[in-house]
Design a protein around this ligand. Sequence first.
Ligand code: ZN
Ligand code: ZN
Ligand code: FE
Length: 764
Amino acid sequence: MKTGAKIKLEGMVQGVGFRPFIHRLSEKFALAGGVLNTASGVEIEVEGEEGKIQAFYQRLQKKLPPLAKITNRHITWMQPKGYKNFVIKESRKTQTRSVLVSPDISICNHCRKELWTHGNRRYLYPFINCTNCGPRFSIIENLPFDRPWTTMKKFKLCAVCKSEFSDINQRRYHSQPNACAICGPNVELVKNSRPDKKSSRGNKAIIETINLLKKGGIIAIKGLGGFHLSCDANNLAAIKELRKRKQRPFKPFALMAKDIKEVSKICKLSKLEKNLLCGHERPILLLKKKKTSPAIEAIAPQNNYLGVMLPYTALHYLLFSQQPTALNLLVMTSGNISDDPIEIDNSQAKENLKTICDYFLLHNRDIYNRLDDSIVQVINNKAVILRRSRGYTPLPFFMQKKMKNILSLGAELKNTICLSRDKFIFLSQYLGDLKTYSTFAFYKQTILRFIHLFAVSPKIIAYDYHPDYLSTQFAQSLKSKYNNLRLFPVQHHQAHIASVIAEHKIEKKVIGICFDGAGLGLDNKIWGGEFFTGTLNNLQRKAHLEYLPLPGADKAIEQPYRMAISYLYQVFREDIYKLGINFIKKHGIYNIGNIIKVIKTNPLLTSSAGRLFDAVSALLGICDIITYEAQAAIELQMLAEKSNTKQRYIFDITKREQNDPLVIKAKNVICQIVRDIEKGVPREEIARKFHNGLAEISLRVSDLLRRQTNTSTIVLAGGVFQNKLFSETLIKLLQKAEFKIYHNELVPPNDGAVSLGQLAIANE
Ligand code: ZN
Ligand code: ZN
Ligand code: FE
């Protein structure tokens, strides 16, 4: 008996080779009908035998294309309309157009095989891709995802590529970026100096690049989402030269390894970590260093981890290909100057990176959407994204309920923005620190592009409670431009907690611990060591680290020794000068006296946990002045990881009035640290005892709050939770005490999560 059915699918089902997949599947089950992209997914009509339709429906779930994901499906039976065959229908003009875009995908195994096959049309072609791999978001100017709306529009398909594109039985059916050496983009190597302007193209350019790298050259290489600065990672002199030219003395460089074997030579690798490295997102993975050498030390100084990724484009694979002595490890750091966004444009890169690199390996496929490499670390046996960009953006969060139309603007550092409509939340890629002029321009551009691409007209603008953030000022400027916009300020640390609640779709009441750098509190003090209880629309502050002066505001963040003086002064007052620790000698009575003067007159107070890590780091002489964000805290963690002590320092808890929040005091801890330094206890041990102590007091406070609120669900958020040692120490304690623990995984624990949290709260 012939019958018909309409199947609606929601999820990641567009731009991932989904319609050809449906087409082929329908042929397998001898079904007629059609498939159509809709605003929320795809709609399929099929006609044929009922049993075959049932089987087709079941198979849909099982053998999806690698990038597809179905979050919701629904079938209704209906009278057959009399389809003769199966058709891929054009999206209806009147209908709200689809809003799902695939992220960029690393080259697939099929394409890699072709790359190395003599005689294949695409043998050694650097821009090889197919329906299952290659550039996506980075080249999309508009939707739907069709070639005229991508930066591939300037390359006219040759006859063979065109036939691949139109043939349903080919791997490149409807593959928008399809290309070959005859019709597609290509590479060019250009020297960075005036008199010698000769350049080479194609494979010759790649071979020359390899030889230059081998000789210690620094090359700016245009990739998928932006430029990298590259040199041979086994060449200490080249690494030192790159650090000097990039004015980046200590911040770790990312590495690209030839293959997983090379990674396992220098890093420890768990099974989960192997899978993450090889996954199609190809993030930079932070891995525990195994072997060290002077070159490796110079790549990540004072660090126990290396950020490593595998090649993700054909061009990368070609760079590692020259036999018999192939390169095995390349530095692949972001191609930018200081805090500017990474370069994406050939001529701008030539101008801006000319003081850093010797040569440029360029290509002529334009990058429309800038994407940094994403960064991931395994924390608590889970993949935690620390920077979310290439490979992940713009995959939406699929929510259970319909969302309001909201634009959230994030905070200031490591910023992102978020948009919601229907059941989707779209989170932007990592944008950077807004204080740089060009980053702020990139930020504004991304907001406009996201609004346009995902067809959202926001009714609510959520932003940080801090009036001085550029994002806050931007919110206010939007309000003055558009009527009917509702402004919705959100406290920074409530937003951090909300980001975890939104990510894990938690409906219950939670206890939230937010340990962070800094954010403005509701009492206009600088918060950052906070405990909340409640739900999304009612997060109440129940405990915090004791307030301490932040001497010199932003200066105190750049110069952690100032926070150490703040803590020492609070404990020892004028006796500070008599302390028998090296810190006092190092900074001198005069300098310390000046900072105490600031402390006495400075009304700015902070409860930031990040600043406490800074203070301890400086007190131990690890880091007095930072050259990159959180350097002092990171170096403290690295030292602490070298000790196994179970001992800990004891924090105190006090409370003023019945309804006041609990206050966690570090006075005792600072006293004990000073005594331990005087006694000559190794710094590793002191650093570890501090980590253990802060974890233990967090457990104690959580326990008190559990008794008050009757909830065991606990949420961890804020930049401090990027500290793997601290996170895992605390999580172990909480697990033992039978808490149910959630933390950020799909968004970073740092301020990259703030926009998501703001949006979740504004949606309530
Ligand atoms: Zn492929
Ligand atoms: Zn072609
Ligand atoms: Fe924050």
